[in-house]
Ligand binder design. Structure first.
Ligand code: PLP
Length: 382
């Protein structure tokens, strides 16, 4: 059996940038607290995406949590949240004792449906915030979503955990709403082993987030606290990895696109295979290459056949309104997100893959269609 092919694994720079920043922190004994790498990582990322300021945090989840808190979301508030996503998007709503209302996706973007969002505001005109996600590096239709949210005075939080480096109409995802969230978890397009970033044009709010994230210590010699605090800051070592990774983000995006184009060329003509939608206003980071299936070959067939060959793949996220934990909450929309979940597969999109690796993946998948055709021929002979 061939070597393991991963969905998306950590890929440090060939140049060793990450180690240089870590070494600098070691040499100056700036292991903690905070320090230069944290400040510079915040500055560099904010400058890159075009946000006014950024707070480096321990995870993307922590960034979503503090974005909700900064947006003033508290007990009993309604938050309209994209249903098709990873659970971390929705969990923080519960941390704040707020109430999620889940919103369907559309097939055009795979992200929040503006039509369903409108409907949700009809039912919940006082919804405090909207959590929109840019899945797999695809962008939601932000113009429409911003327009609807502005009309209803709802704070927009973009979960851009999967879409660092993706553009919507020439502007980076994560910079349209009041808050944008990025993740540097192990399988994201760049990683710090674990970590997250909250960006905003509202510098005051970002300062407040840094305060909450370091245990909400008031300015006093003794330990004084007037607010609830969290231990959510990123470490100076971890931030060093992030600074190094940021230097190779463009390389990673180029390779992710190469992987997508390879699959499209090799698998695009298979009956019933459709690739994730690339809209003309969207320049994705192609974090994962995803397909949907409408023929005889099902997602499980592909995932099992790949696993047999030591190749990792996974289904599309299971929508939150179908999760046992969130079953009690309202859901607005049809069954688009459910269909995407039932018919979708995320193909291995590891930037360390060679052309041989990519061919190995494609051969396994194409083999399922050859088998399917052979069955049909046998059947037609009877
Ligand atoms: C990874 C991810 C998160 C969470 O980020 P962590 O850094 O792992 O906490 C949130 N939302 C989405 C859509 C993600 O993919």
């Amino acid at each position: 059996m061939g070597d393991r092919i991963y969905l998306s694994s950590p890929h440090m720079s060939d140049e060793g940038y990450e180690m240089q920043y870590i070494k600098e922190a070691f040499d100056t004994n700036w292991i903690a607290p905070l320090g230069k790498n944290v400040n510079e990582f915040e500055n560099e990322l904010a400058a890159m995406v075009g946000a006014k300021s950024a707070a480096a945090l321990s995870s993307g989840t922590a960034a979503i949590h503090l974005a909700l808190k900064a947006a003033g979301v508290g007990a009993g508030d309604i938050v309209l949240c994209q249903s098709l996503t990873f659970s971390a998007t929705a969990n923080s709503i519960i941390y704040q004792n707020a109430i999620p209302v889940f919103i369907d996706s559309d097939f055009e973007t795979w992200n929040m449906s503006p039509v369903a969002l409108e409907k949700a505001f009809e039912k919940y005109p006082n919804a405090k915030a909207v959590l929109v996600v840019h899945l797999y590096g695809l962008s939601a239709d932000m113009d429409k979503i911003m327009e609807i949210c502005n009309e209803h005075n709802a704070v927009v939080i973009e979960d851009a955990a999967e879409s660092l480096g993706s553009y919507y109409k020439g502007k980076y995802t994560g910079t349209f709403g009041e808050y944008g969230v990025f993740s540097f978890n192990g399988n994201k397009i760049i990683t710090t082993s674990g970590g997250g970033m909250l960006v905003s044009h509202n510098e005051e709010k970002i300062n407040k987030v840094r305060f909450w994230a370091t245990q909400a210590r008031d300015q006093a010699r003794h330990y004084q606290h007037s607010e609830l605090g969290f231990n959510y800051r990123m470490s100076n070592i971890v931030a060093g990895i992030g600074r190094g990774q940021l230097k190779v983000l463009d390389q990673r995006i180029a390779k992710k696109k190469y992987i997508f184009d390879f699959y499209k060329r090799e698998l695009g003509s298979l009956e019933g295979v459709e690739f994730m939608p690339i809209n003309e206003w969207n320049e994705p980071n192609y974090w994962l290459s995803c397909i949907t299936l409408s023929g005889q070959v099902r997602p499980l067939d592909i995932m099992e056949a790949l696993e047999k060959e030591n190749i990792e793949s996974r289904p599309i996220w299971k929508p939150m309104h179908l999760q046992p934990f969130f079953a009690e909450y309202d859901y607005i929309g049809g069954d688009e997100s459910k269909k995407l979940f039932e018919n979708g597969v995320c193909l291995p999109s590891d930037t360390k893959m060679t052309d041989e690796d990519l061919s190995r993946v494609c051969d396994v998948i194409k083999g399922l269609w050859v088998k399917e055709k052979a069955y049909k021929e046998i059947a037609s002979n009877y």
